[in-house]
Design a protein around this ligand. Structure first.
Ligand code: SAH
Length: 326
């Protein structure tokens, strides 16, 4: 394990930081300002951050010093390379759950060809290493409780750059169409006459359980899995999920965006008739060095999570598949 000092607070620095964290190194970032993605890593204690007034000791004690530009890179004044038809295009790329190895080959190729990359928080930042040095990288991270970019602004950005003839990659965590708002972006592009392509990604709803040793289906145990959003709790006026029905599907249940609402969800499932002894697990930070899994039953899992201190992003799995490989 090495001590790595990254100089720069932009997205390219974020890419380098993620790559070094993934290799188990300790990372210190030196920059006046951090892009939201890096700020989030610093807030979560995964990197330490110092302003530029750095003591020489920190440099001398580091095994590796990496220097990267602040900010978001410079857009090519004119798109480079072979002439392209007007307008350009938008490629919605699913980047997988966090490990750059789980990006598709097509997604990496699209990134390498992009003039503009519009990226999210839950993407494998190390994958941004593939982006051309003259490409513009825009961070539209939606940090919970922190900086966020309205969806409308993101749609406008995609359309504006594509209409200027650029190849735009919209890099999204997991799969673009699984709670990713990719459909809204595709509609906005279509309305503006911008061609859109979709490169599906490895969704966390399947890969987070898999990376933690839980198959979402298993012969003889379950014949299916149901993926739902736990963003709004059962009983909330905006909730359209029939939790009572889910309690009796006999399929594995996978809940995304449901850490905060887990107590209410678990209760609704038990109230709906699910055996309280049904195994349940929560997998957080899947595909990242900080990946964690905790186990319980549907009756205990909310307390187990609260005691363990693990938080979003996390996927909850309910069903007998949880134990099948243990
Ligand atoms: N489009 C994404 C999901 C976006 S919704 C996909 O297909 O994976 C965001 C939710 O995805 C998070 O709240 C969490 O439930 C889940 N998630 C995303 N990345 C994750 C990861 N690395 N580990 C665990 N859960 C993750």
């Amino acid at each position: 394990m090495s001590r790595v000092l990254v100089v720069g607070g932009g997205l390219r620095a974020a890419a380098a930081v993620s790559a070094h964290l993934a290799q188990g190194h300790t990372v210190t970032v030196v920059a006046e300002e951090l892009v939201a993605t890096l700020e989030d890593l610093a807030d979560r204690g995964l990197v330490s951050w110092h302003a530029r007034a750095l003591v020489l000791d920190d440099v001398l004690e580091s095994d590796v010093v990496v220097r990267l530009p602040d900010g978001q890179g410079t857009p090519a004044a004119e798109p480079t390379g072979v002439p392209r038809p007007q307008p350009g295009e938008v490629v919605l790329v699913g980047a997988g759950p966090g490990d750059p190895d789980l990006m598709t080959v097509g997604g990496q190729r699209a990134l390498a060809q992009a003039d503009v990359v519009v990226t999210d928080r839950l993407v494998p930042l190390a994958a941004l290493d593939a982006v051309r040095a003259d490409a513009l990288v825009i961070d539209v991270a939606k940090v919970p409780g922190g900086r966020s970019t309205p969806q409308e602004t993101i749609n406008d950005l995609l359309v504006e750059h594509a209409l200027a003839g650029r190849r735009v990659v919209r890099l999204k965590g997991g799969d673009p169409f699984v709670f990713g708002r990719g459909g809204e972006e595709a509609l906005a592009c279509a309305a503006a006459g911008v061609p859109v392509r979709v490169l599906p990604g490895v969704t966390s709803s399947v890969s987070a359980p898999a990376l933690a040793g839980i198959p979402v289906t298993h012969r003889g145990t379950t014949q299916g899995f149901t993926v739902v959003s736990g963003h709004v709790p059962p009983g909330h006026p905006d909730c359209t999920v029939d939790w009572k029905a889910l309690a009796s599907t006999g399929t594995t249940l996978v809940v995304l965006m449901g850490v905060r609402t887990l107590p209410a969800i678990a209760e609704a499932l038990v109230q709906g008739g699910l055996d309280p002894r049904t195994p349940a697990a929560v997998v957080a930070d899947a595909g990242l060095p900080s990946q964690r899994r905790v186990d319980g039953t549907v009756a205990t899992i909310a307390d187990v999570v609260a005691e363990s201190g693990i938080g979003a992003p996390a996927v909850t799995v309910v069903g007998h598949v949880v134990d099948v490989l243990s």
